[in-house]
Design a protein around this ligand. Structure first.
Ligand code: 5GP
Ligand code: ZN
Length: 112
């Protein structure tokens, strides 16, 4: 979608600190990191939010890609959190589906 920030990142029209890419997903460091490790995993196709998909394989792949990257970056054993914010009450600000992965410090619970 031409007006979507994350579609522009996938297309290379806006630079991002890319970690991983394959035919389905794209992962890059979050510009406003909330932990020593904070990256996003997104589908290459435009999906506005978790409410807009029934693609179990793709949603599952986002999660497994995050865990693989956490292992590759060396913080998986200590632990991490994966989060998808959905719509206004969930705190979603970019309306292209994305999975946050945060690690490298102890994360508090419950979130605010
Ligand atoms: P949300 O609040 O929608 O769950 O998360 C959106 C995330 O995208 C935020 O953590 C924010 O820091 C990140 N973000 C917003 N714009 C950009 C950008 O241009 N580049 C990168 N790398 N991250 C972005
Ligand atoms: Zn998009």
């Amino acid at each position: 979608m031409s007006s979507c920030l994350f579609c522009k990142i996938v297309a290379g029209d806006i630079p991002a600190d890319k970690i991983y890419e394959d035919e389905d997903v794209f992962a890059f460091h979050d510009i406003g990191k909330q932990a020593p490790h904070h990256f996003l995993v997104i589908p290459k196709i435009h999906i506005a939010s978790l409410n807009e998909t029934n693609d179990a394989a793709l949603v599952g792949k986002l999660t497994l890609t995050a865990s693989k990257i956490a292992k590759d970056l060396g913080f998986a054993d200590e632990g991490y959190r994966v989060v998808m914010n959905c719509n206004d009450h969930g705190g979603q600000t970019v309306y292209h589906l994305h999975l946050h992965c945060l690690g490298g410090r102890v994360l508090s619970w419950p979130p605010g």
